[in-house]
Design a protein around this ligand. Sequence first.
Ligand code: MSP
Length: 480
Amino acid sequence: MLFMAAKKFYVTTPIYYVNDVPHIGTAYCTVCSDIIAKWHRLKGEDVRFLTGLDENSIKTYKAAEKLGRKTRKGIQEYTDDMAKKWKNVWKKLRIEYDGFVRTTELAHKKVVLDFFNKVNKKGDIYKGKYKGLYCEGCEAFVTEKELVNGLCPLHKTKPKELEEENYFFKLSKYQDRVLEHIEKDKNFIKPESKRQEVISFIKSGIKDVSISRPDYGWGINLSIDKKQVFWVWFDALLNYISGAEGRWPADLHVIGKDILRFHAVIWPAMLISAGYKLPKTIFAHGFLTINGQKISKSLGNAIEPVYLVEKYGLDSIRYFLAREVPFGQDGDFSEQVLKDRHNNELANKLGNLVSRVSALAEKYGIEKCENKLLHRLKLHEIEKLIENYELDKSLNEIFAFVDICNEFVQEKKPWETGDKNVLYELADSIKAIAILLWPFIPETSEKIAEQFSFKIRFDEIEKPLKEGRIKKHGILFKKL
Ligand code: MSP
């Protein structure tokens, strides 16, 4: 027998700063990545889904300091506490990762030091003086040109003026090679508008970047100079390798648009310098906003995802995040819209369909026949949309089929006829819907699979549903 190894898929989220707990904006990035990971799992692929925490930041140091924890041990305890909180929120959102990197772990530090040695041996590191601005919110060196009224446009804070000795990475040396790769490989940066943005940015000229800072009592010390710690981005980007478990290069880095340049310019240059392959795709999504403002802790408009899960249910939140905002664009968060989508799409359309069909199938039974109704599901299109990360559009298509099924119920009136073939077509179509929706709303899909007795696997979509007993169930989505 010929054994076909499963296709591999390695997807990552950014690693989050631990100075605060997750909010709905950071959850957005993680939920969408989890949906993509689950989609590939559904297809039977060998998936590695990596997330984690960016702990060696000045923000961590300051947050711990505020709580009176000033020693390395105290700061480490603070990050340990925060890591528990992050993991707990991810559990509540059913984020099912395979790897979780914390950058204070020894294994990660070793990768950073080893990688730095490679870059240094290549002759790409030199000592220099940095004089300019630094935004602690971005953890980045910024230029006057990037500020709006003297403030960082993202954090609304005034960057610090610095004059310090640092080690620099010869980023400019790799400018042409990175540009060439981005221009040649249309899949490297997505969406296309972001690829164009990066191309013009590189064409405007790139300077070398400082990759260390004077030791301030936290972070990873350089092997060649213990008075310096790695600039947090040099350290953080390497999580994708320290957490790869032999899977490098990544198939997909999901990131927010604010951190695109680090990923699309500095990261590939670092990788080329150290002799590593490049990731296949970097996808930059937009911001979740409130009244047009990015949701963030520092701006004081953050909403806790756990509060929303408790109020509206896990699947409604996951569904809303993927459905409301076209992946790659900004979108406004509103509890009212969340509620409307919960009521109109999940409760009225999907919930009603499942509850009517299961009740009638329990009463009359089902009898296998050709499922012509299922021919109207645009399966191939849905697959293409998800694999092109058009999550909102794929949900639109799936729900267009839910509408078709609801119309079919109205037209065939199985409550009057008790037609077992009609009920079979409907139950078998519900199977397809629930399987396709599993990455988005796993709890609900699993409930439906139990009611209708099928396995949640992509290749079950086109296998006929077994003529077993179908059970009526409690309400899937209570109207709010
Ligand atoms: N630690 C860096 C990432 C290092 S990756 C090697 C960082 N952390 S962060 O916690 O500030 O942000 C992590 C991710 O969350 C970013 O991709 C950012 O875009 C995303 N988001 C934070 N707020 C967000 C919204 N309001 N909306 C959508 N995504 C948001 O940057």
